[in-house]
Design a protein around this ligand. Structure first.
Ligand code: ZN
Length: 365
């Protein structure tokens, strides 16, 4: 009897290590590779940054599975580990062959944030709020405007009165209203949290091109976009991706199970969002039936994750922080979005593998 491969070995400590493992695993599996190198930005250690695409399965298939990692930068520690695990997994390759589907794995949609341990990109943009139609000006987000100064105070750690203001807001409006105000997405405060940007980000444009070239002629496209930071530690929540459409939610549950949640009906830990990645797939592949989930793995409790994001934004807005505080905040960000423990990685890998196999089976029937 052969030993089970250690799932933790597919995960990496840095973006550069993750990229190396991904390229090696894709090559070993015989997948085709295409790299889109960022034209200007560099990594935390000066390394090049790229959005890499590995393509395999049946090339001319009518059905395509897309698995994306690192849409939220630092969250790529998790998604990259899942992709590397799947590329190394003979059972997944066998299932892909049996179903006759094509597979595209998009590694590090936001490579800058992955390398620099930020959730946002090189322009402080939350990519998963950036997939919007910028031709029409975005609606102002009055709820965010009200909490912006509270969220990103002048000093860090925040003064006691700041924490008291936030506690009072949550006490009077409720935690769900606070989460919605903070995280739904805003386009007015470039120095704020969950900023959707003022135009399509580099990653947005590149991803749309990848989806168009790989997916536009398919009959069906499925997407698993791997995230971290919400929900109980190690639990993968399958969050419906798509417009508010009961038939599409039903089809997504037929692929991934009745436990697919939706922020349209309040069943998700996520607040309702704007400018989400599925818009790119709908635009790039208008003729395809689209079925997608955000696979969201819990890490720390929500207040700890939010505090990490607040500290990170405070740091990004100021050049003057000392090296020790800078390093501490970077470390806090990594810990908030990547639980560097074998048990967490094993839980993540098991659930990601199930979701990927469900997607293959859903597409293939
Ligand atoms: Zn995310």
């Amino acid at each position: 009897m052969s030993a089970m491969p250690d799932p933790a070995e597919a995960f990496s400590a840095t973006y550069a290590e993750a990229r190396g493992k991904f390229l090696a695993a894709a090559t070993a599996r015989g997948y085709g590779l295409e790299s889109h190198v960022h034209p200007t930005a560099r990594g935390a250690a000066g390394e090049p940054l790229a959005l890499d695409v590995a393509t395999g399965g049946r090339p001319g298939a009518k059905r395509l599975l897309v698995i994306t990692s690192g849409t939220h930068g630092v969250e790529g520690h998790c998604g990259s580990g899942c992709q590397v695990g799947l590329l190394r997994d003979d059972a997944f390759a066998t299932a892909v062959d049996a179903a006759g589907v094509a597979v595209a794995m998009v590694h590090a949609v936001n490579p800058y944030g992955f390398s620099h341990l930020r959730r946002t990109n090189e322009d402080n943009v939350d990519l998963n709020r950036n997939f919007r139609a910028f031709a029409t000006p975005p609606e102002p987000n009055a709820e965010y405007a009200e909490v912006h100064r509270l969220l990103v105070p002048e000093t860090w750690p925040p003064p006691r009165e700041n924490e008291a203001h936030i506690a009072a807001y949550i006490a009077s409006r409720g935690p769900a209203a606070f989460q919605r105000a903070v995280s739904s997405g805003q386009c007015e405060f470039a120095d704020g949290l969950f900023y959707g940007g003022s135009g399509p980000a580099w990653s947005n444009t590149v991803l749309r091109g990848v989806l168009r070239s790989r997916g536009a002629t398919r009959e069906s496209v499925a997407l698993v976009d791997v995230h971290t930071g919400l929900g109980p530690c190690g639990l993968g929540e399958k969050i419906y991706l798509g417009r508010d459409d009961a038939a599409a939610v039903g089809r997504t549950r037929s692929y991934f199970g009745a436990d697919v949640t939706s922020y349209y009906d309040g069943s998700s830990t996520s607040a309702p969002l704007t400018g989400v990645i599925f818009e790119a797939a709908l635009d790039a592949c208008p003729a395809a039936e689209f079925t997608g989930i955000g696979l969201e793995f819990g890490t720390l409790d929500l207040p700890s994750v939010l505090d990490a994001l607040r500290a990170d934004q405070w740091l990004a807005n100021r050049a003057g922080a000392d090296d020790a505080q800078r390093a501490a905040i970077r470390r806090t960000m990594r810990d908030a979005f990547y639980v560097d423990r074998p048990d967490w990685k094993a839980m993540v890998w098991g659930q990601a593998r199930v979701a990927a196999l469900q997607a293959v089976k859903g597409l293939g029937r």
